[in-house]
Design a protein. Structure first.
Lengths: 630, 369
């Protein structure tokens, strides 16, 4: 992205990014691919809203509509929101804790490429016979009955990208536990690091149930197992449990890092330490913990019985308490502060009421007996878009503006940023506020069309108009990104001027080794402490010395590519077997070749020692730290 | 909900909200115009939760507005360094304890109502002769149509559920292909029709409120089940208990009929077409046949249905109904994509035969004229 990179030629840059193990470059890869999938998922959402703009519409067909709603949900959760959060985690967390990279740079790269190939595989379904059409929840009876390969794309794609997510989660756990700079105790970590830590722990425990569920479905669909086949003694409710044991923590995996981003932004632009830091940390951990005890509130109407429903209702309500603690701590952080309304701060300020609205409808949904009415209606659609857009997406947009200078060394245009903000905020509330009422007025979710004369016409039209506002907002953001990178005005260490944490103590973007000397952390908001004592830089915690760096590697790419290839073989061997060995004869060889590529590259990685290299002290002394070294 | 509305301090707010929201939606569909005891209790619980949540929102909004207006840097100046407050134990305790209390106010009626609505023991109650006292309906959900059978009465109907008002009606629900969910929004919350097991719950239909809805409620499938999930509607016809007994009697009587006889020649021809085209294979015309096994909705009361296929409104006139039936038979694949009924075009079913078939189908009545 920088001028240095442009001079090196496109192929050299491409090769650099294909082989990089640098957390800052992997962050950019996550940002670009997550951003791309966000646009794809957004486009799918626009098709959905156009179809529902007027009653009895035939803009898209019934089957296509189900594919759109499935891919919209799956793409937004797995391929947009999570990777975009990983982008900021990668870009910022190592800097915030004063580390030179993540604990396992090679695995970091592997995690990205697995996600990327899984996502590409899933989206290829559009061009290869049809996308999955059983909803992002893919409930077993429907997904087993679904014809074609749509669900196979879902199962295999998510399995591959899920492995990447699990790897990334473990990597961040180890990084945060082991790589903190001298003096960076747990209770001095910025909230974004804390929430990354808790979200990573959730990934560690939540993704295995999904993996198990996907494997069961994979065997049912591809090898004729009967885990979910009721007539053969299977049970479809097991899928619901496995899915939601993953699926509920998943929403906290998304929202907690967003909370972290907002905590840092609010504290930064209020020029004030986060109010009730210890309570915020405790609330984050508690939300993560309780997040595993409430999955059955997605299944209140499944027929688990009043005892289970009552227990899960009360447990779900309990989550409102730590969430409320967070809301009030944010408010009290602003209270008595000196608030500057930059674009990131605008998002943070808008997030609070938006998320409160999503939170209170969450409590309403927790009320099991009343949920029998809300469940699977547009009320639920409104609720989760309020928490996911009002929480996660506003967090991502805030993070994009806030961390852009740290990632790319340029500032996004503030005026255009505010235009994006207002368009998006108005569009968001316009789209989803009325959907609460649509649900209560009897509109089920996931419906392809509604017939006239049911009193649903007006609010659906309003909702669609709102969606267009959001779409325009995203286009303005894209324009902003392009002109910012074209103008390429470089910024210094702390472009916002209010930076409090370690990432703002080093150049933007940071040099490839991040910290020439590891900083000495003397408290919460370490840079702020130094600023208050009249310094502009951190005090080093070590003398200048050699820095050990990992080598770039192409193996993660190849390893993921192997699984990508194998997935096609696994899928088309169904047709091969069904045709009695007549057609698709290439499928089994492709499966084997793909697995051999992956296993072979694993063997190469294991057998060939890669000790990395050292940057010598003398080189570091020559390096002036300005703009970083590519 | 015994104690929900006893929370007197919420009462004015609840009343105001209920008043505003009751303007929303149509009486035959909206959960905000509850037309039965279950829906009413759920509505009350909703309003209690809304009231508590509005309270929370008001408190947050006040703190929020003051914070973002009073503490702007443009007012305070660039050089102002705010006091770096660590936190406040007292405040933390306050905003932990008060929400817990508010949640308890909601949790107690929630748990109570969850158990109350989950209690289907009324199904088991029998009179002295061992006959079940309550009405039980077996609901079977199928790809885009519904079967409603009355096991104690030995009769079955499709697409249009008929129920008596002002008494508890118990439902056993199951799906025969993929998972669906049984929902009559105006009358009460939904329950999933699983493929694995039978679910049981009850509803009651308020006679007075039913009149606002012309004694016809809309039912929906609430679980994604395939392309035509959106069109898997059914209707609920409410009758007074006496009328319901008469309806059951006429259905049972219709079930005892042997070979039908026809005065009208066209209708007689239609009956022949019905046999020739094997309609009868999937659509029984007797209310006692193919219960729980049929491949398509039972047609015994087809001529009395307010909607054809659950989606085409017949109520305007006989002509409209005839058009709807013909439209459905010719274009069922477009009207409900993915449904399992074969399409009959001019080659397989001539226009004359279609007219006769329609006449015959419209003559299928047991209760009205």
């Amino acid at each position: 992205m920088s001028t240095v990179a442009q001079k090196r030629g496109f192929l050299a840059v491409l090769w650099d990014y294909l082989t990089t193990v640098d957390h800052k470059k992997i962050a950019i890869l996550y940002l670009i691919s997550g951003g791309f999938f966000f646009l794809v998922g957004g486009l799918e959402a626009m098709f959905i809203r156009i179809q529902l703009a007027v009653p009895d519409n035939d803009f898209v067909s019934a089957g296509l509509y189900n594919e759109l709603l499935t891919m919209h949900g799956t793409t937004m959760i797995f391929l947009a929101a999570m990777p975009l959060l990983f982008a900021f985690m990668n870009a910022v967390v190592p800097l915030q804790i004063g580390a030179r990279d993540v604990a396992f740079p090679f695995l970091n790269s592997l995690g990205f490429w697995l996600f990327f190939f899984g996502g590409v595989f899933l989206n290829l379904s559009w061009f290869m016979g049809g996308a999955p059409d059983a909803g992002w929840t893919s409930y077993a009876s429907l997904s087993i009955a679904s014809p074609g390969h749509g669900i196979d794309f879902y199962v295999l794609g998510l399995q591959i990208s899920g492995a990447g997510t699990l790897i990334a989660g473990i990597n961040f756990l180890v990084t945060i536990i082991n790589m903190r700079a001298p003096g960076m105790t747990y209770m001095r970590m910025p909230l974004f690091t804390w929430s990354t830590f808790v979200a990573s722990a959730l990934i560690l425990f939540a993704f295995p149930p999904l993996t198990v569920g996907l494997f069961l479905m994979l065997f049912d669909r591809m090898f004729g197992a009967n885990f979910f086949n009721v007539s053969m003694g299977g049970n479809t409710i097991i899928w619901e449990h496995l899915f939601w044991i993953f699926g509920h923590p998943e929403v906290y995996i998304l929202i907690l890092p967003a909370f972290g981003i907002f905590s840092d932004i609010i504290s930064t632009f209020s020029k004030k330490r986060l109010f009730g830091y210890a309570a915020m940390v405790f609330a984050t951990v508690l939300i993560g913990f309780l997040g595993f005890m409430v999955w059955a509130h997605h299944m209140f109407t499944t027929g688990l019985g009043p005892t289970a429903n009552a227990i899960f209702a009360v447990a779900t309500m309990a989550i409102a308490v730590p969430t409320g603690v967070k809301i009030f701590n944010w408010l009290l952080t602003m209270w008595g502060g000196s608030i500057r309304f930059t674009t990131p701060m605008l998002y943070a300020v808008a997030f609070i009421p938006s998320f409160v609205a999503g939170g209170v409808t969450g409590v309403m949904l927790a009320s099991a007996a009343a949920d029998y009415q809300y469940h699977d209606s547009y009320f639920v659609v409104a609720h989760f878009h309020y928490v996911i857009i009002g929480g996660v997406v506003l967090g991502l947009l805030a993070g994009t503006h806030f961390y852009w200078p740290k990632m790319f060394g340029t500032m996004l245009n503030e005026t255009l940023g505010k235009v994006t903000f207002w368009l998006f905020l108005i569009g968001f509330h316009g789209t989803f506020f009325v959907q609460h009422f649509l649900g209560l007025m009897g509109m089920p979710r996931r419906i392809w069309k509604y017939l006239p004369g049911q009193g649903l016409d007006l609010f659906n039209m309003i909702s669609t108009i709102g969606a267009f506002f959001m779409a325009i907002a995203v286009l303005v953001l894209l324009y902003n990104i392009v002109i910012t990178q074209v103008k390429n005005v470089r910024v210094g260490n702390d472009p916002w001027g209010d930076g409090r944490t370690l990432e703002w103590a080093i150049p933007s973007p940071p040099p490839y080794y991040n910290f020439k000397q590891l900083p000495l952390v003397r408290g919460l908001d370490p840079l702020w402490i130094e600023k208050m004592e009249g310094r502009t830089e951190m005090t080093p915690a070590e003398p200048l010395g050699d820095i050990h760096m990992p080598n770039n590697s192409f193996i993660p790419f190849v390893m993921s590519l192997g699984l990508f290839i194998a997935a096609f073989g696994a899928m088309y061997q169904i047709d091969w077997r069904e045709s009695g060995g007549e057609e698709f004869v290439w499928s089994l060889p492709v499966l084997i070749i793909g697995m051999l590529i992956t296993l072979g590259s694993m063997a190469v990685r294991s057998l060939k020692d890669d000790h990395g290299y050292h940057i010598h002290k003398e080189e570091l002394m020559d390096d002036t730290d300005k703009g970083g070294k590519e | 909900m015994k104690n929900g509305l006893k929370k007197w301090r919420f009462l004015p707010l609840v009343a105001a909200l209920a008043f505003i929201l009751s303007g929303c939606g149509e009486p035959f569909l909206s959960t905000l115009q509850p037309a039965g005891e279950v829906a009413q209790k759920q509505f009350n619980l909703m309003m209690l939760s809304v009231a508590i949540m509005v309270l929370v929102i008001i408190v947050v909004a006040i703190v929020y507005v003051i914070a973002i207006t009073k503490f702007r840097r443009s007012k305070l100046g660039e050089d102002f360094i705010p006091k770096q407050v660590e936190g406040s134990h007292r405040l933390e305790v306050i905003w932990t304890v008060i929400p817990i209390i508010l949640l308890l106010i909601l949790a107690v009626p929630t748990v109570a109502l969850t158990f109350e609505l989950g209690d289907t023991q009324g199904m088991e109650a029998v009179d002295e002769e061992g006959n079940r006292e309550a009405l039980v309906v077996d609901v079977r959900a199928n790809l885009y149509w519904w079967e409603f059978s009355y096991p104690d009465q030995g009769i079955v109907t499709g697409q249009e559920l008929v129920v008596p008002t002002d008494e508890n009606v118990y439902f056993n629900v199951i799906a025969s292909d993929v998972k669906h969910s049984f929902w009559i929004p105006a009358v009460g919350g939904k329950i999933d029709t699983n493929v694995d097991n039978m679910n049981t719950f009850y509803l009651s239909f308020d006679g007075e409120k039913a009149q606002d809805a012309d004694n016809l409620f809309y039912g929906k499938c609430a679980e994604l089940c395939g392309p035509s999930h959106a069109l898997m509607d059914f209707k609920v016809k409410t009758l007074s208990p006496d009328e319901f007994d008469q309806w059951v009697a006429s259905m049972q009587e219709a079930g005892e009929q042997e070979e039908p006889t026809f005065d009208d020649e066209t209708v007689a021809r239609g009956y022949e077409v019905y046999q020739e085209q094997s309609c009868i294979g999937c659509h029984a015309v007797s209310p006692t046949q193919q219960i729980g096994t049929s491949q398509g909705p039972n047609m015994t009361t087809f001529g009395e249905r307010s909607y054809t296929a659950g989606i085409l409104d017949n109520r305007e006139s006989e002509e409209v109904m005839a058009e709807n039936i013909k439209n459905w038979i010719r274009n069922s694949a477009e009207l409900k994509p993915g449904n399992e009924m074969p399409v009959y075009n001019e080659d397989t079913l001539s226009d004359e035969d279609l007219d006769a078939l329609t006449e015959y189908l419209m003559s299928l009545k047991v209760y009205s004229e």
